[in-house]
Structure formats: C-alpha cells, structure tokens
Design a protein. Structure first.
Length: 177
C-alpha cells in the first residue's frame, strides 16, 4: 500500500502530539485516539477501533501496539512505523529530560508534589479510556450488561481478569453478544 505523504505526515503529527498528552501510557490517550481515528479523520469505524484495541491488549508486548495497528490500517507498513515512532519518540525524549531534572532536584520537595499530582490525572485518563472503549464496543444491552458485570467482578473480587475475558469470549462465540 502506497500511502500519500500527507497521510503519513498526519499520522506523524497526530501521534507525536498525542504522545505528549499520554500521561500514564498509551492507554490513557485512548479517548483522543478514538476521537481522531473514528470521529475526526474517519479512518475506521467504532467496531474496527474496538477490535484493534482488543488485538493490542491480547498481544504480548507494550500497550502502544494499538498505535501501530491504527497506523497500519491507515497507511500500511509505513503508517505503522511512523505512528509507532511518533507515539514513542517525543514522550521518550521528555521522559529522559524529566528524569534527569528530577535526579538533580532529588533534595527538593517539588518533585514529590508533582508526582503526587499526576496520580489522579493518570487515573482519570484511564477511567475515560475505559468509558470510551465500553461505549465503542457495547452495541447491545447484553454487551453492556456483560461489561458492567465484568467491571464489578474485577473490582470486588480477586478473580483473574483473564477468566472474565475468556467468559466474554465464550459468550461472544456463542452469539449472545
């Protein structure tokens, strides 16, 4: 697939900017990825986005794999490479410089305050990601109920999430979802 240069540039710019906002990792940027890929650019449908997220989560490796899949869907191998580099490069550079700054300021109090302030922000971004994925994937009442039950079980029990995932897969394979 030969992608136009404009598409590759759009992928690079989109994910480079998004990488700087992904506090807590690539999954915290899922709502923005969804908004850009589905609503703004119309690169894919809700169902395709949900499928790509599921594949990225089931695959071994880093959570940033969804970016690679989106890039591949949009512009083939070149898109996959550019989207992945754009998502990882800027945030890695910022992390490097921030860690060096924090090392030099190890006796100061402000690094601890900054780290404590980022915890609720990361949690909020992850909750927003979960909501976007639930709204994207749950197209029926049964699917929404399965998601709600899985969330409650995951929160209140020590049940391994893989069992919940397997149960959802069996229900989907049986045609109930």
């Amino acid at each position: 697939m030969n992608a136009p240069v404009g598409t590759l540039f759009t992928l690079a710019w989109t994910f480079a900017f998004m990488s700087l906002l992904a506090i807590g990792g690539a999954n915290s940027a899922i709502p923005e990825m969804h908004r850009i890929a589905v609503d703004v650019r119309q690169w894919m449908t809700d169902a395709q986005f949900a499928d790509m997220f599921a594949i990225a989560q089931l695959s071994p490796g880093p959570n940033v794999l969804i970016v690679t899949l989106i890039g591949y869907h949009v512009a083939g191998l070149a898109g996959a490479a550019i989207a992945t580099i754009a998502m990882c490069g800027p945030s890695a550079a910022v992390a490097y410089f921030v860690s060096r700054t924090l090392q030099r300021a190890s006796d100061a109090r402000w690094p601890l305050i900054l780290q404590a302030a980022l915890v609720p922000l990361s949690i909020g971004l992850m909750c927003a990601s979960g909501l976007i994925l639930a709204l994207t994937a749950d197209r029926t009442l049964i699917a929404a109920l399965i998601t709600a039950v899985a969330a409650v079980l995951a929160f209140f029990t020590r049940l391994n999430p893989l069992w919940l995932l397997a149960a959802g897969g069996v229900l989907g394979f049986a045609g109930l979802v």
